[in-house]
Write a protein that binds this ligand. Structure first.
Ligand code: G3I
Length: 324
């Protein structure tokens, strides 16, 4: 039975979290954005504010202003926060990129970073994407500064350092392109198996689900989710958005997009995935309109709300699945 109640209410009754990646400046300055996040979602992720680059303007300086703004907003509205992300090869500080470090300096820097950030948000961030995107598109370990200095051990240490400071948080490995069963998710599965065999304190895997052009098959997503669960891991959908290839947008794009969101939410309910986060709030906020050549490659309307903050068919689909 269709309902008019906000998504937040419907998700709450279902004991499911539906969230959005949010931006600190928009929360500060855009009243309607703020109201949408508050009224419609049950959980938030900082789209950029908790990454190393934004947090570390200089080697010995932290700037927590944006992260604090998001965390304080979430606390005021009783929303859990997904902390994204402690260790990533992207969005490192500019100064860091030209720093001539030794392997040992890098290890100490990473430890200090992980422990400072997790420690500051011990009471306000209950879930961390501890490591993001450590596996390359072909399934090999990605050659990052962290991997070059420490090998695969950098994941072990990052999870352990985070656990030392806040043993109560949930610690996730997060990646893109590993949503369905494929070469990359096989590699992520193997990696997580190795981490667990070594006793590394990893609790879950975040499947980003950027459905850009190629939309992963929901049945295959379900199979993938189940194999991670069989390892003893929780699974969350952490960065969902749904776009068409630019120039191939069908006349019934909004309905097709809604159908896909519906199928994914049904898959979540079937498999026991209890958190689904969309990567932005309104279409006008999407990273797809600002990132590299992506505006030329994909339709820029991947989210649940249109540019004016109006509910789209995708919104109705998600809410309807959760309310039945
Ligand atoms: O912070 C500067 C700002 O000072 C400057 O005025 C502005 C001018 O362009 O740039 C700002 O930084 C940009 C930042 O987004 C904030 O808008 C960066 O250039 C830009 O690269 C950055 O893009 C982010 C991207 O990660 C970086 O790789 C996107 O917003 C963000 O949505 C995206 O998120 C990632 C997830 O973290 C991991 N999974 C994939 C996902 C999409 O790429």
């Amino acid at each position: 039975m269709p309902t008019d109640r906000p998504l937040r209410a419907v998700a709450g009754e279902r004991a499911v979290d539906v969230g959005a990646a949010v931006d600190a400046d928009r929360l500060r300055t855009d009243v309607s954005y703020r109201a949408l996040v508050r009224d419609e979602f049950t959980v938030v992720t900082a789209e950029n504010a908790l990454k190393m680059g934004p947090l570390r303007p200089a080697p010995s300086t932290y700037d927590f202003a944006d992260a604090d703004a998001i965390v304080n907003f979430a606390r005021a509205h009783e929303m859990p926060v997904r902390g994204h992300t402690l260790v990533w090869h992207n969005q490192t500080p500019t100064w860091f990129q030209s720093w001539d470090y030794t392997d040992d300096q890098l290890r100490r820097f990473l430890r200090e970073h992980v422990q400072t950030v997790v420690g500051r948000y011990r009471r306000s961030v209950g879930t961390w994407d501890v490591v993001n995107e450590a596996v390359d598109d072909d399934g090999s370990m990605r050659e990052t500064v962290w991997y070059d200095a420490m090998g695969e051990e950098y994941l072990d240490r990052a999870f352990e350092w985070a656990a030392e400071v806040n043993p109560d948080a949930d610690r996730y490995y997060n990646d893109y392109g590993a949503d369905a069963v494929n070469e990359k998710s096989d590699a992520v599965y193997d990696l997580l198996g190795r981490l667990l065999d070594r006793g590394v304190p990893v609790d879950g895997v975040g499947l980003q689900l950027h459905a850009l052009g190629d939309w992963p098959d929901p049945d295959s997503i379900a199979e993938n989710v189940r194999r991670f669960q069989d390892l003893g891991l929780d699974v969350q959908i952490t960065e969902m958005d749904v776009a068409f290839p630019a120039g191939e947008v069908p006349h019934d794009a909004a309905e097709r997009q809604a159908d896909y969101y519906r199928e994914v939410v049904e898959t979540c309910l079937d498999t026991g995935v209890e958190t689904l986060v969309t990567w932005g709030v309104r279409d006008g906020d999407t990273w797809l309109r600002a990132f590299r050549d992506f505006p030329e490659r994909f339709s820029g309307d991947p989210l649940l709300f249109d540019d004016r903050g109006q509910r789209k068919p995708a919104y109705d689909a998600v809410r309807d699945v959760l309310s039945t």
